[in-house]
Design a protein around this ligand. Structure first.
Ligand code: HDD
Length: 690
């Protein structure tokens, strides 16, 4: 067991931080600047002079502030944190950070969307990246995953094709941040291996509520290798402690306009507020001799290993507890490379993974301007770096001595190669060189059907609506028809429902649905715990009943949820008895929208309720929250707003089956009581009421 001590990435980063507080302005050369508001002119109204080095330097630096955005995953958001394993996994691996429960390994995580450019909206329908850099004492390990456990293609040579197809079309660069266009679906219709991932993409997984409520997956099968050299196949899973939760499509589209930074802001604010996002690392471990036990190939990245076959064992926890100091220096310059593995973790022959091993190293050369990107503070390993790699753009170190080759005597034979270090798993390989796909990769439909079968009723409805939206945006009828043809292979009912919405003839049944399900695939199996970090809008107006309002805000605060009081006029609210209770200042109702919240409560108070009922925006706010199946509460006079918005059950008559679910009402006058608060918080825990 190694010595128990934290490995401090923060301390390493501190050396790179620059704080300008209390300093005076200089040029990049350290020359003091006397005036940065005026160029040097020949006469106050005359031309600028070429000798003005300050002007030239300032403009030159500005001209070159941008670097190429990532060719995929351009829009992202990052955070620092740490990872700790629960118990030693030495049985499986020599990776020290997985073997020492005392060791807190610093990490940097970047979440991202795939299709859109750096300035695109957060809530588009897309896959989300979940990339983690572990700064271990044995070097950096990068787990570069997504929030979906499968990928569109089986061989990395198809990556440029699938990305060209999904990115904005080449002739007009439309659409931004969307897969709802002809070229993507043309590709899908011709490449059925995409189907399984497309099912995930059309599900609510593609519009996560928050980076904090999103699963992560390493996707490929990797290997763990122990001290005896024995190999265990492994799939990596991140499970958010808060549960996995999504938006609904109408909401996601509106947020893209109301707050394009929705997910980014949420992550930032949660960390600032101390509600640190947490994820459990889980492993699916498959003994080497069971490689061929399944009806799919472990090397095929379009397949999951169903949890019913191999359970996910929780092995450790990731906590994100610090926002970056500077977006560009850290989040933009972080360079993940799938090839960064530490001793005890190794690759498999998954042909998608194999191509990634080239691409990530290669892409940084263009993006970060040369081969020295590992020296950037956010990329620097905590482990010592010694080798003879030298020179290149932006070399920041000054290697001393003459022995820049191996073997040498001029440098004392250093850096020495002791013969221990990363040893590749000695997999036996035997075969002919062929440009061919393995036949074990041929089944593209069984797991697409498994996913469909595992969805709840409302998840299926959302999938059908998503297909109709996306395919409905395709101009070519032949593309729509071909996709429906593939859906028919997944499930007849699905294909019929989609076809009916997009003007395609009902397909004839082609076969039987196998009927298998995996409960772990449904969001209903991933509710998580509590209401931590949930955002509640409390609608109020002058004359609001203040005791109940204060109780509500406090009850939510105590459970880790956040209450925003929204009123037609921002600022300190006049309350029903003009008392001086400490109430939070109200935000302007018109500056916010129901789509930015997880739930709504209408506060009590006669004057307040009377004003809200007459306010069209407030009525819309509540009606929209109901449409998006969010928990809604109302206290005493506040119930009037629910009535005005036409919510079932608000008028005292029994609501039709299920229609009143998630609506919590306190009819009796007076402040919100304990029963109401408990019931509302229980409803908030239940998330949505479809
Ligand atoms: Fe990739 C970025 C995830 C297949 C080539 N990828 C990138 C990022 C994530 C993923 C999360 C953003 C990293 C960051 O935040 O900087 N990519 C995946 C997953 C895949 C996958 C889960 C399949 C299982 N990717 C994949 C293939 C290729 C690439 C098959 C090429 C053959 N990916 C890249 C890239 C990027 C990248 C071009 C762009 C920016 C970067 O690497 O650093 O190299």
């Amino acid at each position: 067991m190694t010595e128990a001590r934290p490995v401090d990435k923060d301390q390493q980063l501190a050396a790179a931080r620059v704080d300008h507080t209390g300093t005076r302005l200089t040029t990049d050369q350290g020359i003091p600047v006397d005036n940065t508001d005026n160029s040097l002119h020949a006469g106050a109204r005359g031309p600028s002079l070429l000798e003005d080095f300050h002007l030239r330097e300032k403009v030159m630096r500005f001209d070159h502030e941008r670097i190429p955005e990532r060719v995929v995953h351009a829009r992202g958001s990052g955070a620092h944190g740490h990872f700790q394993v629960y118990e030693s996994l030495a049985r499986y691996t020599t990776a020290e950070f997985l073997c020492d429960p005392e060791l807190r390994t610093p990490v940097f995580v970047r979440f991202s969307t795939v299709q859109g450019s750096r300035g695109s909206a957060d809530t588009v329908r897309d896959v989300r990246g979940f990339a983690t850099k572990f700064y271990t004492r044995q070097g950096n390990f990068d787990l570069v995953g997504n929030n979906m456990p499968v990928f569109f293609i089986q061989d990395g040579i198809k990556f440029p094709d699938v990305i060209h197809a999904v990115k904005p079309e080449p002739h007009n660069e439309i659409p931004q941040g969307a897969s709802a266009h002809d070229s993507f679906w043309d590709f899908v219709s011709l490449q059925p291996e995409t189907l399984h991932h497309v099912m995930w993409l059309m599900s609510d997984r593609a519009i996560p509520r928050s980076f904090r409520t999103m699963q992560g997956f390493g996707v490929h099968t990797f290997r763990l290798v122990n001290a005896q050299g024995a190999n265990t196949f492994v799939k990596f899973h991140w499970t958010p402690v808060l549960g996995t939760h999504s938006l609904v499509w109408d909401e996601a589209q509106k947020i893209a306009g109301t707050d394009p930074d929705f997910n980014r802001r949420d992550l930032w604010e949660a960390i600032e507020a101390g509600a640190f996002p947490e994820y459990e690392l889980g492993l699916q471990l498959i003994p080497e001799d069971q490689e061929f036990e399944y009806d799919f190939d472990l090397l095929d990245p379009t397949k999951i290993v169903p949890e019913e076959l191999v359970p996910v064992t929780p092995v450790g926890k990731l906590v994100l507890d610090r926002n970056p100091n500077n977006f560009f220096a850290e989040t933009e310059q972080v360079a993940f490379c799938v090839g960064n593995v530490v001793p005890g973790i190794d690759f498999t022959d998954d042909p998608l993974l194999q191509a990634r091993l080239f691409s990530y190293l290669d892409t940084q050369l263009t993006r970060l301007g040369g081969p020295n990107f590992a020296q950037l503070p956010v990329n620097r390993p905590l482990a010592a770096v010694h080798n003879h790699q030298q020179d290149g753009f932006a070399q920041h170190q000054i290697p001393v001595g003459e022995g820049n080759y191996h073997p040498n005597t001029l440098g004392g034979g250093c850096p020495a190669v002791p013969g221990t270090g990363f040893t590749h798993f000695p997999e036996r390989v035997d075969g002919h060189k062929v440009r061919r796909r393995s036949e074990t990769f041929a089944d593209h439909y069984s797991q697409s059907t498994l996913f469909w079968n595992s969805m709840s009723g409302w998840e299926r409805e959302h999938i059908i609506e998503a297909f109709r939206f996306e395919l409905g945006k395709c101009n070519r009828m032949a593309v729509r028809e071909r996709v429906v043809g593939h859906l028919e292979q997944v499930d007849h009912q699905l294909a019929v429902a989609v076809a009916a919405g997009i003007g395609v003839d009902e397909p004839a049944p082609v076969g039987e649905n196998h009927g298998r399900r995996s409960r772990a695939l449904s969001l209903t199996a991933r509710t998580g715990n509590g209401v931590l970090g949930r955002k509640v809008a409390v609608l109020a107006a002058p004359g609001v009943e203040e005791v109940g309002l204060a109780r509500l805000c406090q009850a939510l605060h105590e459970r880790g949820a956040k209450a925003d009081v929204l009123a037609p006029m921002a600022g300190q609210l006049r309350t029903s008895n003009r008392d001086t209770l400490e109430l939070p200042e109200a935000k302007g109702l018109y500056t916010m929208a129901s789509v930015l919240y997880d739930a709504v409560v209408v506060a009590g108070g006669e004057d307040s309720a009377a004003m809200l009922v007459e306010d069209g925006y407030a009525v819309h706010f509540v009606a929209e929250a109901y449409k998006h199946a969010k928990p809604i509460g109302a206290v005493a006079e506040g119930v009037g707003l629910l009535r005005r918005a036409g919510l079932p059950g608000a008028d005292g008559a029994p609501a039709p089956d299920g229609a009143g679910a998630g609506v919590v009402i306190q009819s009796e006058a007076g402040p919100a009581g304990a029963d109401f608060l408990e019931e509302f918080i229980a409803a908030l825990t239940g998330q949505r009421y479809f």
